[in-house]
Design a protein around this ligand. Structure first.
Ligand SMILES: [Zn+2]
Length: 163
């Protein structure tokens, strides 16, 4: 039995931290590189939380489908972390499709529980942020204490441009 008392913030990637394309996927630029563009208020909201353990957990079936490589997604996450001032501690990427029935694809829990084991995270005391029901389900399946939808967490409801 390990003593775990770190709380963490688990974040979905596409549609939560960064903008998505029309297929709810990472947008590609003209040279085929992933275009990282922050969603509104992400930087401002996360900056005060820099002392916390912040993780990204993302389904990237486009890797399995051949649209993206794992290296491109890793590169995009490095760029994102650099944009956010290096506050992201770690991440997990599921490259599989639903039919692969892997343990990592959200709403399954393995990306979250693996990070929790490595970083001694108290999942009950932790929070997950996402824009999809599968994120909420993944949080529940992993035993994360609290799930908050991205629009609420980042305050998008209060942005005049969304009204
Ligand atoms: Zn997977």
């Amino acid at each position: 039995m390990s003593s775990t008392n770190n709380s963490a913030l688990f974040c979905d990637l596409v549609g939560t931290l960064v903008k998505m394309d029309g297929r709810r996927q990472l947008p590609l630029g003209p040279n085929g590189q992933v275009k990282i563009e922050l969603m509104p208020r992400v930087r401002e909201t996360l900056a005060p939380m820099a002392d916390n353990l912040i993780f990204v957990v993302t389904n990237q079936a486009d890797i399995k489908r051949g649209r993206l490589t794992m290296a491109q997604v890793e590169c995009a996450l490095r760029e994102l972390n650099s944009t956010l001032g290096g506050i992201l501690r770690d991440h997990r990427i599921c490259p599989h499709e639903e039919k692969d029935a892997c343990p990592c694809r959200k709403p399954r829990a393995a990306m979250i529980t693996e990070l929790a084991a490595i970083y001694q995270i108290d999942l009950k005391a932790s929070t997950m942020v996402g824009d999809q029901a599968t994120d909420a389900e993944a949080a529940r399946n992993a035993g994360v204490g609290r799930f908050i939808y991205a629009h609420e967490f980042f305050g998008w409801n209060h942005l005049s441009s969304t009204r």
